[in-house]
Design a protein around this ligand. Structure first.
Ligand code: AVI
Length: 312
């Protein structure tokens, strides 16, 4: 029988083995996004309880003429992330840049979405960059000298703890240069019930998204974690202003990952994601600490989500 051995990312292995050995076990959220994880996240964005994507897209549609007036003239749009099939075209149609630079670590996904933009926007130069945007990176020389707009939608900034979020914003500033602008989406603080529902939906898609991390560990790292011994939990951490996703052991459980053995007591958890929520002051302060001066801010009628335009 022919077995296909999946390529093991050494960084994944190190993050899982080190993270589970910590006094408070935790695995960085970026490992939630294998192919299945990305499909499940896509499904999450369409759930009735998950308001951020719907709200931000609606705001982009409604407020774009006004946003575009403040952005002009942006010759190059640099998107941190591969670009969403719905949000990116709204921005590109309104801003009409000369160049579009999506930056993403996942080459396949990046190329697929860049091809769609290339097809739908004839005359726009598309320069995809396969890179981890949290690390040092080089923008294509074709956009040298062009005025730049960074685009970071989806409240992805919320998945970084404030210290890393500030580092990331500073890094965007260095990458884009002085005088650049940044359009960023940030989820607002709101009632705990709605937040919990958004991260623990009745359909169970977010639970599946979280548990998929254990399936990935079993498959890629030759582990034997009994998936049914863990359950998904979304917690609101009021002190730190964030939703946390955990995988909680529902009974005492022992498992092996390669040669390492782990024991979890019932009730112990693996912390898998943070999603920080910001009030208006907090959001602006974060941008300022990251080297960006807020210029304008838009929210929906319920003030669930904010889009902020800032300048370097
Ligand atoms: C990608 N990120 C902005 C999502 C969020 O809302 O923090 C990830 C997510 N996790 C569970 N649901 C959505």
């Amino acid at each position: 029988m022919l077995e296909t051995l999946e390529h093991v990312d050494p960084a994944f292995r190190a993050d899982v083995l080190n993270g589970l050995a910590e006094p408070i076990p935790a695995i960085p959220a970026r490992w939630l996004y294998d192919r299945r994880g990305s499909e499940l996240f896509d499904e999450i964005t369409r759930l009735p309880a998950y308001y951020p994507t719907r709200t931000e897209t609606g705001m982009l549609e409604e407020r774009m003429p006004e946003i575009a007036r403040l952005i002009a003239p942006a010759c190059a749009v640099v998107e941190f992330g591969a670009g969403s099939a719905t949000k990116t075209p709204i921005l590109l149609r309104a801003v009409q840049p000369k160049a579009y630079v999506p930056v993403d670590i996942s080459g396949d996904y990046l190329r697929e979405s860049a091809e769609v933009v290339d097809r739908d926007f004839p005359g726009l130069a598309v320069h995809p960059v396969e890179a981890d945007f949290t690390r040092d990176m080089q923008l294509p020389k074709e956009i040298d000298g062009m005025s730049r707009l960074g685009f970071f939608p989806g409240s992805t900034i919320g998945n970084f703890v404030p210290q890393s979020a500030t580092d990331l914003l500073r890094h965007f500033r260095t990458t884009l240069g002085t005088g650049a602008k940044l359009l960023i989406g940030m989820d607002r603080v709101k009632g705990v019930e709605r937040l919990i529902a958004a991260y623990d939906d009745p359909e169970g898609v977010t639970a599946e998204f979280n548990l998929n991390l254990l399936r990935r560990i079993n498959r890629e790292l030759n582990a034997d974690i009994p998936i049914e011994a863990f359950r998904h939990q979304a917690r609101w951490n009021d002190m730190l202003g964030r939703i946390e996703m955990h995988l909680v052991a529902i009974r005492d459980v022992e498992f092996a990952i390669e040669e390492a053995r782990f024991v979890f007591r019932a009730g112990q958890s693996i912390h898998t994601e943070n999603s920080h929520k910001y009030g208006p002051r907090g959001a602006r302060l974060l941008l300022l600490a990251g080297g960006w001066t807020p210029l304008a801010e838009w929210t929906d009628d319920d003030e669930d989500f904010a889009l902020i335009l800032a300048e370097a």
